[in-house]
Write a protein that binds this ligand. Structure first.
Ligand code: PMP
Length: 456
């Protein structure tokens, strides 16, 4: 772990601690916009470059051990380089990396998806969550003959044109224009606030959408939680109104429960989008859904024309091998249980540190997902299912002072923690010792951020 004991300003400590990353970032900046290959990996003056990773830890190019709370953007419920995944991929590489043909592993993979999800009677593999939501929308339109799509403020469903608008604040303006996205596309999108069934019913009646899409535990993986009562209300309403319900389980699928949020809450959507844990840490995605809708992809269907769906890497055998190995482990239930327990332990421990150090931060979340809300002025949590600000989307999903966010991230890295912004995603291999080490380190993180004059 980096020894962040110096009295130097934070940025000088950071530069001194990660010199190899600084050099690599100079090369990256000449090549990649913002120096990175994913927007959220950008960090000033440079991000930390990782050499290898194992279990719950990453090791950077300067040799620090870092407890990882990104976990492959949520893909690694089994942790980094789990032996079952390594073995499955190594066995497959010499056999074939891309037969461009049908193969048995894709069937095994699909059978796991069908077994684990509630609505996955039929499955089509794609290469990412973005592709899965794109496919779900198009099928909804074919099936219903309608044009519009309804989503909730702050729900992220990938970066394609129709669903990236309204993924980030500010909300409630009705103005979700973005560079490169045409007004025609925007006119097909209906955005409403989360957790308001009356608003949903009104919007469905007014706009007659083809589908309602939502993240199964609420926007940005429980930043603004959506829970059972509301989700059951959405299911009842969409069924009654003939609108398809899509659960986007790209993050929650196989994480919150072996059957995702649909399994946890006992709700059967019409279509489910999957990626991340699905492919065991390799690239991959899928749409799983009721046969009566998925048959839009079949050559002979009741709409007279099939939905076209090519894709060079669909059902890739390396992803399939990793996916089969991952889902077989997930099905046992222990990984989800351990990740969820560690999530709770981390929330509790962080809140104790925040209370002890008197900083105005608060940890909340659910399952294996943890959020720290800074600049917090509400009541302190008294239960693990506590949601700050009464679940108000405008207060929970807002822009935070970028200087504070930056200092938190750098201070965390200096103390051996890779937080996902203000958030953490756990795996089933994080241990109580990892969490206790994190909580102890957080005390030093608070001190560092305080020394910068960014919190009182
Ligand atoms: N849906 C959700 C809920 C996601 O969180 C993400 C990515 N974080 C996506 C879709 C897009 O997935 P991908 O990055 O694989 O395209």
């Amino acid at each position: 772990m980096p020894a962040a004991t110096s009295s130097l300003p934070l940025h000088q400590q950071y530069a001194a601690e990660f010199p190899t990353s600084a050099k690599l970032a100079e090369r990256g900046r000449q090549l990649f916009p913002d120096g990175v290959t994913h927007d959220s990996r950008a960090l000033n003056p440079f991000p930390v470059y990782i050499d290898r990773a194992l279990g719950s830890k990453k090791y950077d190019r300067d040799g620090h051990e870092i407890i990882d709370y990104w976990m492959g953007h949520g893909a690694l419920l089994l942790g980094h380089s789990h032996p079952a995944i390594v073995d499955a991929v190594q066995r497959q590489v010499p056999l074939s990396t891309h037969p461009g043909a049908c193969h048995e592993l894709e069937i095994e993979w699909g059978e796991w998806v069908r077994r684990l999800t509630r609505c996955g009677e039929r499955v089509r593999f794609v290469n990412s969550g973005t592709e899965a939501t794109l496919m779900a929308l198009r099928i909804s339109r074919i099936v219903t003959g309608r044009r519009k799509v309804l989503k909730f403020e702050g729900h992220f469903h990938g970066w394609h044109d129709l669903l990236i608008p309204a993924a980030d604040p500010p909300y409630g303006t009705g103005e979700y224009g973005m560079p490169g996205i045409t007004p025609n596309v925007l006119s097909d999108l209906v955005v409403i606030p989360p957790n308001d069934l009356a608003a949903l019913e009104q919007a469905i009646d007014e706009h007659q959408p083809a589908c309602v899409i939502l993240e199964g535990t609420g926007g940005h993986w429980s930043l603004v939680p959506m829970r059972g009562e509301f989700l059951r209300g959405v299911r009842e309403l969409t069924e009654r109104k003939g609108v398809l319900l899509i659960f986007d389980e790209v993050i929650t699928g196989f994480r919150v429960h072996p059957s995702g949020s649909q399994g946890h809450y006992g709700i059967t959507p019409d279509l489910t989008t999957l990626a991340k844990i699905l492919a065991g840490g390799l690239p991959g995605g899928a749409l799983a859904g009721k046969a009566e809708y998925m048959c839009a992809l079949e050559s002979k269907n009741r709409w007279g024309q099939k939905m076209k769906h090519p894709g060079t890497y669909n059902g890739n055998p390396l992803s399939a091998a990793a996916g089969v190995a991952a889902l077989a482990e997930v099905a046992k239930g222990d990984l989800c249980r351990q990740a969820n327990e560690m999530g709770q332990r981390l929330r509790t421990g962080l809140n104790e540190v925040f209370a002890r150090t008197g900083v105005n931060w608060c940890a909340y979340g659910e399952f294996s997902m943890v959020t720290v809300v800074p600049e917090y002025d509400g009541p302190r949590p008294d239960r693990d299912d506590f949601i700050p600000y009464n679940n108000d989307v405008a207060r929970l999903d807002r822009k935070i002072d970028p200087k504070l966010t930056h200092a938190f991230r750098c201070a965390a890295l200096l103390n051996g923690l890779d937080f996902f912004g203000w958030r953490a995603m756990l795996s089933g291999v994080h241990t109580a010792a990892d969490i206790d080490q994190t909580v102890a380190a957080m005390e030093r993180v608070v001190a560092l951020v305080r020394a910068e004059g960014l919190v009182t």
